[in-house]
Design a protein around this ligand. Structure first.
Ligand SMILES: Cc1ncc(COP(=O)(O)O)c(C=O)c1O
Length: 392
């Protein structure tokens, strides 16, 4: 038989994809996914915008487009999501992406040779871990506390490993829900300049805030232009549109564009135009105001459920936004409990180990999503999980 490429053996199946399959079963209450609340999709706006775009612009919406992105989206992204955050940038600094996950792929492709060192928060998002493992890069995990990655640990590891890149999710991190405080964001930008590494700032959740003050992106402190900021419309408009964007120094944006050319030529025009119009018509702020209380109510239901039903030694994070709470049941095997939760209690969550850098880490941790289920279903799920965990 024809053999697969050796690198494919290093790619793990995504537990999240498996959970997505389970979510199709309506009996399962899923605290596993990472999608917006079904009720929150701005369907009527998207319908009206697409109708107008196709009617008024015709085949321009269906032609090949530019690799760097649909020009009105690059401009609207700058005007609404970059410049107001204190970042200086022009259209030449922007590349539109097929989801921000493409930005992770492109940035790794542009900067990393096999064996290069990348620092990541530990735990972190599965997609970059898989890409880095596949490419045989050296992945070093960073310790976190309630304020995000710990600067002393970062400094120590920067000096020791001389990394090429830091991949970080500074706001409502996946899976922990934690946010990096402003002082540390500034320090990260300073360290990147001082020790000459790239910061890949993956920030898809920043706009989903239901309490607390907004935090400036690391990119806003980036006077030496060492930061690539990635944003996504998946969590704020709709994930199936597959639209994201990157802002970086001109030469780096040009390199991302070069690699994107070979990856997919360009991001589909109609979804880009929908996002551009959504921003241009000023619909995003109202939409975010609409979804924040929905997410807050769901988060409160989860927090209450954990407090009332989970064992007394449960440790968990308390985010001000985003979609996830990370919890720990010291000493328990959460992969095994997840299997029992699904088969016997019809509740799904994601065990923590796959988010961790080293094998064996995070076995007693798990991620709970609060955006995807109604408060009553979250309460029921917590009550059922409480019964299961009481026996563990
Ligand atoms: C941290 C992080 N980055 C990127 C993504 C991917 O987003 P997109 O749909 O824009 O590719 C996700 C999705 O779950 C995520 O959690």
């Amino acid at each position: 038989m024809v053999e697969y490429a050796r690198r494919i053996g290093r790619v793990q199946g995504s537990v999240i994809r498996e959970i997505f399959k389970m979510m199709a079963d309506p009996r399962i209450i899923s605290l596993g996914g990472g999608s917006p609340a079904a009720e929150s999709y701005p369907l009527a706006d998207i319908l009206a915008i697409s109708d107008e775009l196709l009617r008024d612009q015709g085949i321009a919406m269906l032609e090949y487009g530019q690799t760097t992105g649909y020009a009105p989206l690059r401009e609207a992204y700058l005007e609404h999501l970059v410049l107001p955050k204190g970042i200086e940038a022009e259209p030449q600094n922007v590349v539109c992406l097929t989801g921000s996950s493409q930005g992770i792929f492109l940035a790794f492709d542009v900067f990393l040779d096999p064996g290069d060192t990348v620092l990541v928060e530990n735990p972190t998002f599965l997609a970059p871990l898989n890409l880095l493992r596949k490419a045989q890069d050296n992945i070093i995990g960073l310790a976190m506390d309630e304020q995000g990655l710990i600067i002393e640990d970062l400094v120590e590891k920067v000096k020791k490993y001389r990394p090429k890149m830091l991949y970080t999710i500074p706001t409502f991190q996946n899976p922990s829900g934690r946010s990096l405080c402003a002082k540390r964001r500034q320090r990260v930008a300073e360290l990147a300049a001082e020790y000459d590494f790239v910061v890949l700032e993956d920030d898809p959740y920043a706009e989903i805030r239901f309490r607390g003050a907004k935090l400036p992106p690391i990119k806003s402190f980036d006077t030496a232009e060492h930061v690539i900021m990635l944003n996504s419309f998946s969590k704020t408009i709709a994930p199936g549109l597959r639209v994201g964007a990157a802002v970086a120094r001109r030469e780096w944006a040009a390199k991302l564009e070069l690699v994107k050319q070979g990856a997919d030529t360009h991001t589909a025009t109609l979804p880009q135009a929908i996002c551009a119009e959504f921003l241009r018509r000023g619909l995003l702020p109202a939409h975010l105001r609409h979804i924040a209380p929905i997410y807050e109510e769901r988060y409160q239901a989860l927090e209450r459920g954990i407090r009332e039903h989970f064992p007394a030694d449960t440790v968990y994070t308390r985010p001000d936004g985003g979609m996830f709470v990370c919890a720990r049941l010291p000493g328990r095997d959460m992969a095994q409990l997840n299997r029992r939760a699904v088969s016997e209690y019809e509740v799904a969550f994601i065990p923590g180990a796959p988010f961790c850098v080293e094998p064996g880490e995070g076995a007693d941790c798990f991620r709970l999503n609060f955006s995807g289920s109604a408060p009553e279903r979250i309460a029921t799920a917590c009550e059922r999980l409480g019964r299961l965990f009481a026996m563990a």
